[in-house]
Design a protein around this ligand. Structure first.
Ligand SMILES: [Ca+2]
Ligand SMILES: [Ca+2]
Ligand SMILES: [Ca+2]
Ligand SMILES: [Ca+2]
Length: 312
């Protein structure tokens, strides 16, 4: 009976955990919405309340981390810079949810208290995550208190805050938020995107944050590298998966790398080493020399024939 009760407990718990994620619609209405209170978010099912406690003492800090069933596969911190000044830090994550083996892309942001000695007025209205075309997308988030809330909605669209009706974009998932130091909520919880992609890679400009001018600030979009879904793994982390990377164990070799002439390596995964487009001297001088030698030989040969005819 003991094993039966454990099994029953697992059966009851497992569906509840996965139900915390909501699929993002592909047809209107596109939005799924969060709210501004702990109580209603628990009802909405968007909140993940069962992660380890990151900071138990300060309600103003993110209290809940990722769920304990998540294995972290990769992370990267991006400094958010506006007009040369640091306004905050966005941390990007990839996890594997060991309950269903799916990949989970996560991010959270912390805005600085001040910028150049003045109150930080930078605000994030939208987070954009690219690279989702061809894959499913489900959203959820973690938070514990109002100061680290602020996922208002999740939707597959590239339409920015305040610019009109959202249209479906299979590639882009937007988390609409309101992270703003001046308004007393400088930290987000974790915004999670669960995908059925088998692998992940880094995409240049795969992530961005957008300030929509809600309080009269300038419109600002900050782009940064981001982890995105991928059909193939990117073993060397250079942003090119093994399907297009001709050496996926060397980050200096990939389709975006410069060709290094004469090193016997196809550095840019195109046209071999010493390709004429990048290596004109090394490649063309021997070729012209050879052609010249052939032409010279033909000319000398013709001259010899002509002399022989004259002698004959
Ligand atoms: Ca690679
Ligand atoms: Ca490589
Ligand atoms: Ca090449
Ligand atoms: Ca080369």
């Amino acid at each position: 009976m003991r094993s039966f009760s454990i099994l029953l407990t697992l059966m009851l718990v497992a569906p509840a955990a996965s139900a915390l994620y909501q699929p993002l619609p592909t047809t209107p209405p596109l939005r799924i919405t969060g709210f501004n209170s702990v109580t209603t978010d628990l009802i909405s099912g968007l909140k993940i309340p069962d992660g380890p406690i990151v900071n138990p003492s300060a309600g103003a800090l993110v209290k809940y981390g990722p769920p304990s069933t998540y294995t972290q596969l990769a992370t990267r911190s991006n400094t958010l810079t506006v007009s040369g000044a640091t306004v905050g830090t966005l941390t990007d994550f990839v996890f594997r949810d060991t309950t269903d083996n799916r990949l989970v892309f996560g991010l959270r942001v912390v805005l600085n208290a001040t910028v150049n000695g003045a109150p930080n007025t930078f605000e994030i209205n939208d987070f954009f995550r690219k690279g989702n075309a061809g894959y499913s997308a489900q959203a959820a988030w973690s938070r514990a208190s109002d100061p680290d809330l602020r996922m208002y909605a999740a939707v597959r669209t590239a339409v920015k805050f305040g610019t009109g009706t959202e249209t479906f974009d299979p590639d882009v998932v937007k988390f609409q938020s309101d992270i703003n130091t001046s308004e007393g909520n400088p930290r987000s919880g974790y915004f999670f995107l669960k995908s059925n992609a088998p692998n992940f890679k880094t995409l240049a400009n795969g992530l961005s944050v957008y300030q929509g001018g809600e309080e009269g600030q300038p419109l600002v979009e900050l782009f940064m590298p981001g982890f995105v879904p991928s059909a193939n793994p990117d073993n060397d982390g250079d942003g090119y998966d093994s399907g297009v990377d001709c050496d996926d164990n060397n980050p200096a070799i990939n389709p975006g790398a410069p060709e290094v002439c004469g090193d016997d390596i196809d550095n840019n995964c195109s046209a071999g080493d010493n390709e004429p487009a990048f290596c004109p001297v090394a490649e063309q001088v021997p070729f012209i020399g050879h052609a010249g030698m052939v032409l010279l030989g033909m000319a000398l040969s013709a001259l010899g024939v002509a002399r022989a005819r004259r002698r004959g």
